[in-house]
Design a protein around this ligand. Structure first.
Ligand code: SF4
Ligand code: SF4
Length: 141
């Protein structure tokens, strides 16, 4: 089953938004993510990221072309007006008092799509309520 934002009904995410609020500003899209957004004309997404290349100064990803992607070393989220780091991922939308959704869920960066904080292991996030709900005896608090 798919929920309205595309999260599988099999996934226990409670959509509290905590992981996105904490880690969202440090997400880094891959060149493949950038290419997808270019193909779809999503400059509204691209403009929130800066690309650091093998040569030359950093450039806003909305100003890149597919031919530039081979030179991209890494990307960072930046405020598209000021160029500063952001405090909150601009794609995180609060839809209720304690419920948040990703506005770009179907095309969000791989880093977000592959993140499974509710599974005990490498990407576990100890403050994720879905993780804590699955392992009620594990937490001493
Ligand atoms: S912290 Fe856990 S429950 Fe909250 S949004 Fe992230 S994955 Fe979902
Ligand atoms: S892009 Fe979406 S899933 Fe990724 S941090 Fe932002 S709101 Fe969360």
């Amino acid at each position: 089953m798919e929920t309205e934002n595309g999260i599988s009904g099999e996934e226990p995410c409670e959509q509290c938004g905590l992981c996105c609020r904490i880690f969202g500003p440090s997400i880094s899209p891959t060149p493949e993510n950038l290419y997808t957004w270019m193909e779809q004309g999503r400059k509204d997404i691209l403009s929130w990221f800066v690309a650091f290349r093998q040569e030359g100064p950093p450039v806003n990803c909305a100003d890149l072309t597919p031919a530039d992607l081979g030179d991209v070393v890494f990307t960072e989220m930046r405020d598209r007006e000021t160029g500063n780091y952001v405090a909150v991922c601009p794609f995180l939308k609060r839809v209720a008092k304690k419920r948040y959704l990703c506005a770009i869920h179907s095309i969000k960066p791989d880093m977000c799509g592959n993140y499974r904080p509710w599974i005990w292991g490498e990407t576990a996030f100890s403050r994720c309520p879905a993780l804590r709900a699955q392992e009620p005896g594990r937490w001493p608090f």
